[in-house]
Design a binder for this molecule. Structure first.
Ligand SMILES: CC(=O)N[C@H]1[C@@H](OP(=O)(O)OP(=O)(O)OC[C@H]2O[C@@H](n3ccc(=O)[nH]c3=O)[C@H](O)[C@@H]2O)O[C@H](CO)[C@@H](O)[C@@H]1O
Ligand SMILES: C=C(OP(=O)(O)O)C(=O)O
Length: 508
């Protein structure tokens, strides 16, 4: 390699290491080499074998040092193996992204504990970084420090990163307190059909935020003479409730938000806002009364709670592989209806006494699932805004129904496109019939067989296919798993610790 190349690769390695929050000594220890060798590599003074480059890439879990950006990641799954042992549920994608956006309300330092280290979080971090916010992973526990600058550099925004997530929409609420006029790129995310931003616009207009959408950007202008008083959301959506909370948090006065979502990520955001000094009444209900404070400048420390959707995913992994498995740290308030349905379907499980999450508020239990013979539920499975069966947990019932005796009707009235993606299970031997874009019939039980599938462009259906692959005899290949990494941290590795056999690989 030329010296110039070595220097550039060295810089990439240093950046990836710092992004992970590691010292040179920590990277050296992981690779079984010396700190001085890492120092030489980072300065471009050390020849590198391809094997060493690959090992560094693996250690830092970074595409940056994979050769020539070697394209998408895939999984090879040897299925038909039972899982065993126990696994902890990690913090939720949806709370973490909301809290990252909320940190923009604060002029002080925000420390978030055990943040899910997932692609969705990475994209928001890239956007924050590009506008001048300092973010730093503090340690191996994924504690994250966020320090906003006095003035944001909105012109420097990483538009490509912003467009890859829908969560960036939650910049609208905080930014209106900092700028009179700004623009945000159109939000992206999973392909689940039309997901309008109209409810956000309707809610934020009440706070004086007028938004025009042209040529790929939302152009926002703030009229500070407007006072919302009471607002009624047109939908009980999660992120729209969060945006209204973020707008109300620094509004000088009391705002009442009606038809608010009381869902888990909204509750986490309310607990975080309380740490920032914003008093909120009605947390966990559909009416939130927010006592805003115009200036927030506090060093705060908050631990977001565990992900009910990851809990459901792991319980599903146990069910489809007929395994005895303990899923620890399940946020039970947000999984009760799911577990009630599973009990009706014949699932044997036990749950521990409740204990508190690190935020001191969310109630957790450990759930142990036992191999069971399931029957299809008599009534259809359908989601409702919380308290109801979680919209993001509905797809998992398709894989579970496929293992049960009989026919299950699943009605996803929420998303225009999500049920369609579940017909991909048929490639593995599933019998999923699409009645219309919102309803599927699933016939079970299924004799799964391994095959190759490209991830559908939707997070939960993609995970459902991975879980079916765990149950399928033989070897399967799941291609292009970015969509899974958007919401799950090290899912394959963590399943392997339970006895799964999953290998990740890339095309050369
Ligand atoms: C970052 C984040 O937190 N994402 C979650 C959030 O997205 P988010 O809050 O962005 O969800 P959307 O606003 O897109 O709502 C999802 C869909 O539900 C429909 N809808 C929603 C509420 C309602 O009362 N009536 C109604 O029809 C919407 O029109 C839309 O089609 O909530 C979704 C629904 O829980 C979850 O799937 C996402 O994982
Ligand atoms: C639809 C989902 O998320 P997002 O709102 O990030 O697209 C999901 O988590 O399943």
């Amino acid at each position: 390699m030329t010296e110039d190349y070595l220097r550039r690769i060295g810089t990439l390695i240093r950046d990836a290491r710092q992004h992970r929050g590691w010292t040179q000594a920590q990277l050296a220890e992981t690779l079984g080499t010396s700190q001085s060798a890492i120092n030489r590599i980072e300065r471009g003074h050390q020849n590198l074998s391809l094997e060493m480059l690959a090992r560094i890439g693996d250690a830092l879990d970074s595409e940056i040092v994979s050769l020539g950006r070697s394209g998408p990641m895939h999984l090879r799954v040897v299925g038909g193996r039972q899982l065993s042992g126990s696994i902890d549920v990690k913090t939720s994608k949806n709370a973490c992204v909301a809290l990252l956006c909320a940190s923009l309300l604060n002029h002080g330092r925000t420390t978030l504990r055990q943040v899910a280290r997932i692609e969705e979080v990475n994209r928001i971090l890239e956007v924050l970084h590009s506008i001048g916010v300092r973010t730093r992973w503090l340690n191996e526990n994924n504690d994250l420090e966020i320090v906003p600058p006095a003035t944001l550099d909105l012109d420097g925004m990483d538009v490509a990163a912003a467009r890859r997530t829908r969560s960036v929409l939650m910049f609208l609420g905080p930014l209106m307190h900092r700028e009179d006029r700004f623009q945000l790129p159109y939000a992206g995310g999973c392909d689940l059909g039309t997901r309008t931003v109209e409810p956000h616009m309707v809610a934020l207009r009440k706070f004086g935020l007028e938004v025009k959408a042209t040529s790929g950007f939302y152009h926002a202008e703030v009229d500070r003479t407007v006072s919302p008083g009471a607002i009624v959301l047109t939908e009980r959506g999660d992120t729209v409730t969060e945006n209204a909370l973020l707008a109300a948090a620094r509004h000088d006065g009391v705002t009442v938000i009606r038809n608010a979502s009381p869902n888990y990520m909204v509750q986490d955001l309310c607990f975080f806002l309380a740490e920032l000094g914003v008093r909120i009444e009605g947390v966990g209900t559909t009416t939130l009364t927010v006592h805003g404070v115009p200036t927030i400048d506090r060093d705060v420390d908050y631990a977001p709670s565990e992900d009910p959707i990851e809990a459901m995913s792991l319980i599903t992994a146990a069910i489809v592989t007929a395994s005895e498995l303990t899923v620890r740290r399940v946020p039970i308030e947000f999984m009760e209806i799911e577990l009630a349905h599973l009990e009706e379907m014949g699932l044997h499980f036990t749950r521990s006494e409740e204990y508190a999450s690190h935020n001191g508020r969310t109630r957790l239990v450990d759930v142990t699932v036992f191999p069971s013979t399931l029957r299809a539920p008599i009534d259809k499975i359908h989601p409702m805004p919380f308290p109801g069966l979680n919209i993001d947990n509905v797809p998992f019932f398709a894989v579970i129904a496929a293992t049960a005796n009989g026919t299950t009707l699943i009605h996803d009235w929420v998303y225009e496109n999500r049920a369609i993606h579940l017909t991909e299970l048929n490639k593995l031997g599933g019998r999923v019939r699409l009645a219309d874009p919102h309803r599927i019939y699933v016939d079970g039980p299924t004799h799964w067989s391994g095959t190759e599938v490209i991830c559908p462009p939707a997070l939960r259906p993609a995970v459902c296919i991975l879980l079916a692959m765990l149950a399928a005899k033989g070897t399967s290949v799941l291609r292009n798993i970015y969509v899974i990494n958007r919401g799950y941290e090290d899912l394959a590795e963590r399943l392997n610790q339970l006895g799964a056999q999953i290998e990740s690989f890339r095309d050369i």
